[in-house]
Design a protein around this ligand. Structure first.
Ligand SMILES: Cc1ncc(COP(=O)(O)O)c(C=O)c1O
Length: 402
């Protein structure tokens, strides 16, 4: 049999999907699994979304232009105006979700063998994109005990070498829920400029914040040449199935190259681009509403975690995730236990073990990520079950630290 590629063999498998068979088996046994593992919003998209798609009148469904349908790209321009950004249509290219935006940004600025600094823990799909594009991710570790704060400049700089092409940031962050302020971004921009490298800023969750105003790296004048924003409609408009995102940058050379990559894959879905025009043109009312909802959910999760003995976590400032350090040796084993060896009145909970959000071996082994993607009532129930599960795990297992 012919052999597949090394990258095909090494491609990372999502920590989120890995436990799916155990979930299905639990459900077959009649157990309800509260799924707070995946960032799949349970909220309806803006009311304008489906009617805008239904308004499509043509009898044919042609390719959209590679740089996006004019009205759609214009709607992104308008959307960014809301944050004081004067991007032109040529500075924006719609993509198949933030996922493709990540891949296009990486491939436009880095060659195989090049490197990016990335703060761990981070959205694990970056590992897959690094494998696909042949680049190396160099981790800079953030710690829950330090509130996932930016490490000293010296430490960040010490990881930069002649192959480093950029720094990847996710703000607000999946999985930590942390938000970097403009002063943190200014530090990173200064480093990037000193070393003549890019910053890829993933702002998928920009408006899902629980304090202050939404921030984009593009608001920093000194970031103009070096910043590439990875963006997405999936979370802020609760429509991950639409598969719409974009890349935005004032760097003309990067955008020219990204456009050529975009031409190679032809285009982004036509109907979904049309569907998102009204939402992008008037994003504020919807995004404010969902941010308020996620804040309430954050409080439910945080208050419940604070009451669980031995659990360490920090208050997320944005996105809809929290990292919780559990009093267990191996969070993966705990997650398996919750799906296979535990139920409370035929209910259990699925959370994501956090180890795969790190590169450094051994980190995150006792941590899990929780996503606030259930309504308040269900979330309360899920957290109660999680607390009971932890206590049961404690009783059964000597891997518990207490
Ligand atoms: C930080 C971050 N970036 C990008 C994505 C990709 O999202 P999508 O491709 O649905 O836009 C996600 C999805 O969870 C994410 O959390």
């Amino acid at each position: 049999m012919p052999k597949i590629s090394r990258r095909g063999q090494n491609i990372f498998s999502s920590p989120i999907r890995k436990f799916l068979p155990l979930v299905l088996e639990a459900e077959k046994r009649g157990i309800k699994v509260f799924k707070i593992n995946v960032g799949d919003p349970d909220i309806a998209p803006p009311a304008s979304f489906f009617p805008a798609i239904r308004s499509y009148q043509k009898k044919i469904l042609p390719y959209a232009p590679s740089p996006g349908i004019k009205e759609h790209t214009a709607a992104w321009v308008k959307y960014y105006r809301g944050f004081g950004l004067k991007l032109k249509p040529a500075d924006i290219i719609p993509t198949m979700g933030g996922a493709e935006a990540i891949l296009l940004a990486i491939t436009a600025v880095a060659d195989p063998g090049d490197e990016f600094l990335i703060f761990e823990p981070f959205y694990a799909s970056y590992k897959g994109f690094a494998t696909m594009s042949g680049v190396k991710l160099t981790p800079v570790t953030l710690k829950v005990e330090n509130n996932f704060a930016l490490p000293p400049i010296k430490e960040i700089k010490s990881k930069i070498n002649r192959r480093t092409r950029g720094i990847i940031i996710i703000n607000p962050n999946n999985p930590t829920g942390m938000l970097w302020a403009k002063k943190d971004l200014a530090v990173l921009v200064k480093i990037a400029r000193e070393h003549n490298i890019f910053i890829i800023s993933d702002e998928t969750y920009r408006e899902i914040i629980f304090q202050g105003k939404p921030v984009s790296i593009l608001q920093l004048p000194r970031a103009k040449d070096c910043a590439i924003v990875v963006d997405s409609a999936s979370k802020r408009f609760s429509c991950p199935g639409a598969r719409i995102g974009c890349v935005a940058s004032y760097n003309k050379e990067a955008m020219r190259s990204i456009l050529k990559f975009a031409m190679t894959r032809l285009s982004v879905p036509t109907l979904e681009q049309i569907g998102l025009v009204p939402a992008l043109s008037n994003a504020g009312p919807y995004t404010k509403k969902i941010a308020a909802e996620y804040k309430k959910r954050r409080d439910v999760v945080l208050n419940a975690l604070k009451k669980m003995p031995g659990v360490v976590c920090r208050e997320p400032q944005g996105a809809f995730y929290i990292i919780a350090k559990l009093p267990v040796k191996n969070a993966e084993d705990f997650v398996k236990f919750m799906l296979t060896g535990f139920n409370y009145n035929k209910n259990t909970v699925m959370v994501t073990p956090a180890e795969d959000f790190y590169i450094t071996k051994g980190l995150g082994r006792d941590e899990v990520r929780i996503a606030f993607v259930l309504n308040i009532k269900e979330l309360k129930e899920a957290m109660e079950i999680l607390a009971k599960g932890l206590a049961a795990y404690h009783r059964k297992s000597d891997s518990y630290k207490f």
